[in-house]
Design a protein around this ligand. Structure first.
Ligand code: ASP
Length: 621
């Protein structure tokens, strides 16, 4: 028999009672976390989002309550009315904040029963993730998930408070809109009233936030859902949340200040102190020294050791190892690995051991580091000193294989070589540094937060599949004023891989934390004449540009102030702050890698009637 809540109000949450409450009457409500039946006494651990209180139902004190308590099962929802009692010192539970007290029950109301759940929130061993996602409501009752979602709330609130205080307005933008310029695949929503026409869900509010600047709102932000239909990518979500912002008359530095400010507030809300300003590094420098556009600053940079060598020594290495002397000879160093076995060392040093990194033998590893030191004692001493290698560091040298038959220009470039070295560096770090806790993608126990601004990204990137230049960020990104002439001189070279378009720098920047990109943004093009040139350089005709972004191009003609902004992935920030291992741990209702919601079972086929109304026929493949 179930009871009604009636006008009963709870007096305390389940995590609240302390010894100074002893003697008070209290009303608690929550889930039966655990029931222990000791005959004439039944103990219940009563749980809500704030914690657990021990509740005592004593047959001697109240036989009816005791009998009722005997019918309770895990996850029943109950209300208890009773008196707070300080526990005997020998029964204190030091593991929970309420462990010094218990509630002696005078009235028990069973508000709802629960079927035997497929797993219990208090279980120490987690079921598989499919089970967790299907029964998400049970999974979310677990302490860890409650903590993650609470962290999410605190972080979002801190960001909202900070930006509001800085004069930003939070303004909503539509979900049912048209294709946005982020370059992924759109999710489409069919229109019933215009059969054959579709809305696109926004990949970002990019054009709207720029329009809001044109509309005079000066400073905008939004914690907003974005939708991108990407093929399977580990730890991406089809819908994810961005902290999106835009402001007028900014230099990049002004945007960075704002971001540093709200990140400091967000990290503080989660209990971590960080100290802006963040380091800054150009994209070129990041590629050259780290081989990646999101360097993990917890690991040392790669060092081009040619700086320590004479011309003759470079020649010697070049001919001995068949490597190019016009490209860096990179020393890769992973600190504090200590001694590794001879076999491991040889594996690292063996030519071809890193096939996946090397591609078609592009990176030449100069043998086993120990052997190298033996074969070239003087040279290696110089090099090690130059790169500040210490006794327990793991290090190796990599050069670019001299391969006249190389097919593609891109493949032979400085960038390609450095990137391969960068992969190698991260690979080694993962293998060897992780055990020291110095390098962990997420859940870093040391919480050594190394932020970095990567600046001056290239404006265009070569798409080898389509054999054309594409915008590296999105086509509204502004370029460096000094690079304008280069754009004009090469405006018709979209299909030429050697075009200097690749050298044009954008006023685009990323904020990076420990090897993870948290967000990216740019100063935008606010002049219609320049925007036109960018579309031309991208090989888009006037008609094509008008068809895709016509309303936006028109808006640019009505007094657009200079503006710029950024968007950061909120899910990822929360994931890092909560110390979680995946985005799915910090999104209440996430989707699987195949974009399926296992709880509601979406997507699903729809009825013939609905399809007909929309004028859609589905081709079964
Ligand atoms: N809209 C961009 C993105 O989603 C960010 C920006 O440029 O503000 O990546």
């Amino acid at each position: 028999m179930l009871d009604f809540l009636g006008d009963l109000r709870r007096t305390h949450m389940c995590g609240a009672l302390r010894p100074f409450d002893a003697g008070k009457k209290a009303v608690l409500m929550g889930w039966v976390n655990r029931r222990r039946d000791l005959g004439s006494i039944i103990f219940i651990d009563l749980r809500d989002r704030t914690g657990v209180t021990q509740v005592v139902c004593n047959a001697e004190r109240n036989a009816a309550v005791h009998e009722k308590a005997g019918t309770l099962r895990s996850e029943y929802v109950i209300a208890v009315i009773g008196t707070v009692k300080q526990r005997d010192p020998n029964t204190v539970n030091k593991n929970i904040p309420t462990g010094e007290v218990e509630l002696v029950v005078d009235e028990l109301r069973i508000l709802n029963e629960a079927k035997q759940p497929p797993f219990l929130p208090g279980d120490t061993v987690l079921p598989n993730e499919e089970m967790r996602l299907k029964y998400r409501y049970i999974d979310l009752r677990r302490d860890a998930m409650q903590f993650n979602i609470e962290t999410r709330h605190k972080v979002a609130k801190a960001i909202r408070d900070y930006l509001s205080a800085q004069g930003f307005f939070e303004i909503e933008t539509p979900f049912m809109t048209r294709s946005t310029p982020e370059g992924a695949r759109d999710y489409l929503v069919p229109s019933r009233v215009q059969p054959g026409s579709f809305y696109a869900l926004p990949q970002s509010p990019q054009m709207f936030k720029q329009i809001l600047m044109i509309s005079g709102f000066d400073k905008y932000f939004q914690i907003v859902r974005c939708f991108r239909d990407e093929d399977f990518r580990a730890d991406r979500q089809a819908e994810f949340t961005q902290l999106d912002l835009e402001m007028t008359y900014p230099q990049p530095e002004r945007v960075w200040e704002v971001v540093e400010g709200f990140l400091t507030a967000a990290f503080a809300a989660a209990g971590f102190a960080i100290r802006p300003p963040f380091l800054r590094m150009s994209y070129d420098e990041a590629i050259r020294s780290y081989g990646i556009d999101k360097p993990d600053m917890r690991l040392p940079a790669m060092v081009d050791v040619r700086g320590a060598l004479t011309q003759d020594e470079v020649e010697e290495l070049s001919s001995k190892f068949r490597i190019r002397k016009d490209l860096p000879i990179q020393l890769i160093r992973i600190p504090k690995v200590e001694e590794i076995s001879g076999t491991e060392r040889r594996t690292i040093g063996t030519y071809g051991a890193y096939q996946h990194v090397q591609g078609p033998s592009f990176v030449q590893l100069m043998t086993d580091p120990k052997r190298f030191a033996k074969d070239y004692p003087a040279l290696s001493e110089k090099v090690l000193k130059f790169a500040k290698v210490e006794a327990d560091d793991l290090w190796l040298l990599a050069g670019a294989l001299n391969r006249p038959e190389a097919s593609s220009v891109m493949e032979q470039s400085l960038q390609a070589f450095c990137q391969k070295c960068g992969f190698l560096r991260l690979d080694l770090a993962q293998k060897y540094a992780e055990k020291h806790g110095a390098f962990k993608k997420t859940g870093d126990p040391a919480r050594d937060f190394r932020f970095l601004w990567v600046t001056d990204f290239p404006m265009f990137e070569w798409d080898n599949a389509e054999k054309r230049w594409n915008p590296a960020h999105h086509p509204f990104t502004s370029l460096h004023e000094e690079d304008m002439a280069k754009l004009e001189a090469n405006i018709d070279s979209v299909h030429d891989p050697k075009s200097p378009l690749g050298e044009i720098r954008a006023l685009a920047y990323d904020v990076v934390l420990n090897g993870t990109e948290l967000g990216s943004g740019s100063i935008r093009i606010h002049r219609q004449d320049i925007q036109k040139k960018i579309f031309q350089a991208l090989g888009m005709t006037d008609e094509e540009a008008r068809a895709r972004f016509g309303f936006f191009l028109e808006a640019l003609e009505y007094g657009t102030p200079p503006h710029g902004g950024i968007a950061l992935g909120l899910d990822r920030i929360v994931m890092i702050l909560a110390g979680a291992e995946s985005l799915r741990e910090v999104i209440p209702f996430p989707k699987t890698a195949r974009a399926v919601d296992l709880m509601v079972d979406a997507p699903t086929p729809v009825s013939e009637g609905q399809l007909k109304e929309l004028g859609i026929t589905v081709r079964k493949s």
